[in-house]
Design a binder for this molecule. Structure first.
Ligand code: PGA
Length: 221
C-alpha cells in the first residue's frame, strides 16, 4: 500500500497508470469506478487529452434505476469522463440484465486489462457487500444499510437511494490482469488496513485482493 501526499497526488498517480495503459495498448479494456474518490482522476485523465477511440470500458456497478436519472452511474460517467473524451458510446458498458450476457461480453472482448476500484466504508468493492461470495459473478444485489446511508449524500436522503444494484462479481473483478485500488480519507484507513493486512474473509470483500498477483493500492488522508 502506498501512502500519497494528498488527493491531487492520488488522482494524478492513478491517472498516470491509466495513461500508460492506453499508450501501451490503445485497445485496452478498462473497468471503471464511480463515487467521490475517482472524480479527481477523471479530471486528470481529461487534461491528459488521451486517445480513447479504441478503448472499451465496463463500469463496476449501476443502481437499479432509470439510467438517465442524474444520480445514475451512467449519468456520472457521461458527465465526468465520456462526454469529455473521444470514447465511443458503444464502447462503454454497464452491468445489465441478463447478467450472464454482460459477462459474455467481457469474455468476447478478451477480458479486462486494468480494473480501477474504490473501497466502501464497510469494505465493499463495487457493490459486493460484506458476505458476498469470493466466486460471485455479475448479479443483482441488495445494498447494505451502510452503503445506502453512505450514498444518501448523492441523493439528498437515504429513502431516495435505490435499494438494489447490478454489480460485477468478486470472481469477475479478480480475473482482471491488473487491479488498482484508490482510497481517500481517514474514514477509509481502518477498513483499508484490515482488508490489506488482516485475514482474507468474505466479511471484508476487499480482502480478496490479497490473492491477486498484480494489485496496487494507493491511499491519501
Ligand atoms: P466513494 O465510494 O469514493 O464515494 O467513497 C467508494 C465506494 O463505495 O466504492
Amino acid at each position: 500500500m502506498k501512502i500519497l501526499k494528498n488527493y491531487k497526488e492520488l488522482s494524478s498517480t492513478v491517472a498516470d497508470i491509466v495513461k500508460r495503459q492506453l499508450k501501451k495498448q490503445p485497445l485496452s479494456k478498462l473497468v471503471l469506478p464511480t463515487g467521490d474518490t475517482p472524480l479527481g482522476m477523471y479530471d486528470e485523465l481529461v487534461k491528459r487529452k488521451l486517445d480513447w477511440s479504441h478503448t472499451i470500458t465496463y463500469n463496476l456497478d449501476e443502481y437499479i434505476m432509470n439510467p438517465d436519472h442524474p444520480c445514475s452511474y451512467h449519468s456520472y460517467m457521461r458527465k465526468n469522463l465520456f462526454d469529455r473524451t473521444n470514447i465511443y458510446p458503444d464502447h462503454c458498458h454497464f452491468p445489465y440484465r441478463p447478467t450472464l450476457s454482460f459477462e459474455d461480453k467481457i469474455n468476447a472482448n478478451r477480458g479486462i486489462d486494468l480494473c480501477i476500484l474504490g473501497i466502501g466504508s464497510n469494505g465493499h468493492i463495487a457493490f459486493n457487500e460484506p458476505g458476498s461470495s469470493f466466486k460471485s459473478r455479475t448479479r443483482v444485489v441488495d445494498l447494505s444499510l451502510q452503503t445506502i446511508q453512505d450514498n444518501s449524500r448523492f441523493f439528498g436522503s437515504a429513502e431516495d437511494v435505490p435499494k438494489q444494484a447490478i454489480t460485477m462479481g468478486l470472481g469477475t473483478i479478480m480475473e482482471s490482469k491488473k487491479i488498482v485500488l484508490m482510497a481517500n480519507g481517514d474514514h477509509k484507513l481502518q477498513i483499508l488496513e484490515r482488508a490489506m493486512y488482516d485475514g482474507v474473509t468474505e466479511d471484508i470483500p476487499a480482502s480478496i485482493l490479497q490473492r491477486h498477483n498484480n494489485v496496487e493500492v494507493y491511499y491519501c488522508d
